[in-house]
Design a protein around this ligand. Sequence first.
Ligand code: MGP
Length: 202
Amino acid sequence: MATEEVAAVEVVAVPTAAPEPEIGSKNKLERQWTFWFDNQSKPKQGAAWGSSLRKVYTFDSVQEFWCLYDQIFKPSKLAGNADFHLFKTGIEPKWEDPECANGGKWTVSSNRKANLDTMWLETLMALIGEQFDDAEDICGVVASVRQRQDKISLWTKTAANEAAQMSIGRKWKDIIDVTDKITYSFHDDARRERSSKGRYNV
Ligand code: MGP
């Protein structure tokens, strides 16, 4: 009997080690994301919009994201005209994509390069970390480096759904720590008129 008690105590006393993480194991994301890059610094005469747009990398793990971010994706590093995109895999960053066709975008301008990089990174992390309640309505994000003024735009799917867009806009402002008013424009309006008016403000 005494031997059994000792044995029981010994069993309880053995520390239960947490399983070792596998070397090289990955933290999977909720979904796949694709980085795109559009270098418009040397536009070809007469080339259609989008002809310099390139798909760069598709990933679905936290590790791949940081690897990519550390090596290449800092918008402020570029002087000329360029767009950086992170979109859900399968959606092209164009008005013509069926998922974007009835959508629009919230836009925030940035006067400082450092600010652009911070807002870009905060947005990327919020997207891959599925921080938005209306995540299904989001297509992706674009950082536009421009001589005049840099900007970041969050593209969404259903422009007509004002409640969803307002919720996304409010959340995004929190994430990137912006207090100024931001504006949502419909791609449909932009298609018709270059300097189209915004439809929603938050
Ligand atoms: P832009 O890149 O969104 O604005 O669109 P940018 O470069 O900051 O310039 P701004 O002066 O309008 O502020 C610029 C132009 O590119 C548009 O007016 C369209 O002619 C063209 N364009 C932009 N996008 C995102 C698309 C697109 O998805 N499809 C097509 N066909 N043309 C687009």
